[in-house]
Design a binder for this molecule. Structure first.
Ligand code: M6R
Length: 369
């Protein structure tokens, strides 16, 4: 039920705070992450040597964000692969590999087949899924459900933030078992994680109108680029995918560091570019590098829309628009930075009079290969 909202997507974006909060619920005990569904798996987590994340579309971008958290806190090397690519390349997988699948529907055929292939090769499989009792979790050795609630709109939004949340919880859970994250750091991280729902709410209350207005002004835009670095890179990819699928315009996401290796040639006067600005509280060089990317594209006439933390004044001289997100620190920023991009893609599709819940040519779950 849309319950008064203009679309399921509008309702689901508004539910992003609860999606994060409900995914954390019941998984924090005495200042530590404890995932009851993973009881009895400590030995496996202690011994695992490699994690491969398999997923498609938006879920694969959640996986790319999760890679940073798992490597940081659990110190296990992570590869993220599109499920359809994994399956057809004779992957090197064995009992020391944990294959983590991510799927909102739990019915995506490509992801299901990748999970089956991983199991056939002797890997343990863990499913991060939003749909209770779906096929992928049933075929997996372990399940961590995201509790985003049913997602109806074809474009995945609240499931995406819940998937990242689940990956952070998994990273902290495994890090505790392996002793790779100190209790103090875990407690600090949990505190940050628990603060996210309120911060998403802040964006919805304070920036939504501004972003919708911007989308309205940009209704005739033919192409939009997205730049990000570190955890901001998969968010740039997600911003581009949302815009393609909802408003049928050319959109592409790049790693900001790649600019001078090719994409900067695309910049001509008036080209809109969204830039995810890393938290200035993280690695200073990362922030400075992205600010200098902004200067470079601005000098070539790009119209820069910066997504930046509140109080980050370094971007002001070069950005045409600044979309503010609350302070969250480097690793947590993606869950906030993606919210304006969801609102923007929805706003642009609305401005063009398109059906945001059911874009052309797409299905909510892709149950064919
Ligand atoms: O149900 P799944 O999470 O397995 O779906 C994966 C993709 O098909 C899905 O995320 C798709 O990319 C969305 N339409 C993106 O908004």
């Amino acid at each position: 039920e849309k319950g008064g909202w203009s679309s399921f997507m509008a309702k689901e974006v508004a539910e992003e705070p609860e999606a994060v909060a409900n995914t954390i619920l019941g998984r924090v005990k005495d200042g530590q992450v404890v995932i009851p569904e993973l009881d009895g798996m400590d030995e496996l987590f202690a011994g695992v040597q490699r994690i491969i994340i398999v997923a498609c579309g938006t879920a694969s971008y959640a996986g790319q964000v999760g890679k940073y958290a798992i490597e940081q806190w659990a110190r296990i090397p992570v590869d993220v692969e599109l499920a359809h690519e994994f399956r057809y390349r004779d992957p090197i997988v064995g009992p020391e590999t944990l294959v983590v699948s991510i799927s909102q529907s739990g019915e995506t055929m490509d992801t299901l087949m990748a999970v089956k292939e991983a199991a056939r090769l002797g890997a343990k499989t863990l499913s991060i899924c939003n749909t209770q009792g779906a096929t992928i979790p049933r075929e997996s050795d372990a399940i961590v459900y995201t509790h985003a609630g049913p997602e109806v709109a074809v474009a995945s939004t609240k499931a995406f933030v819940a998937q990242i949340t689940a990956l952070y919880l998994l990273a902290l859970h495994v890090g505790r078992i392996r002793g790779t994250v100190s209790p103090a750091e875990a407690a600090r991280s949990i505190h940050e994680l628990e603060a996210l729902p309120e911060k998403i709410r802040w964006i919805l209350e304070n920036e939504q109108e501004h972003i919708e207005q911007l989308a309205h002004w940009m209704a005739d835009t033919r192409s939009v680029l997205f730049l990000g670095r570190h955890v901001g890179f998969p968010i740039a990819l997600e911003g581009a995918l949302k815009l393609k699928e909802l408003s049928y315009i050319h959109a592409e996401g790049f790693a900001a560091g790649e600019l001078k290796h090719g994409p900067i040639a695309l910049i001509e006067p008036g080209q809109p570019v969204f830039v995810m600005v890393p938290s200035p509280r993280g690695a200073a060089t990362l922030h400075a590098k992205v600010v200098s990317n902004i200067e470079e594209i601005r000098a070539r006439g790009a119209r820069v829309i910066a997504i930046a933390e509140e109080g980050d004044v370094a971007v002001l001289p070069f950005a045409d628009e600044v979309l503010r997100i609350p302070l969250a620190g480097p690793i947590f920023e993606p869950i906030l930075a993606v919210v304006p991009l969801h609102i923007f893609a929805m706003g642009l599709a609305n401005a063009k009079g398109l059906d945001v819940d059911q874009p052309r040519n797409l299905a909510k779950s892709v149950t064919v290969e």
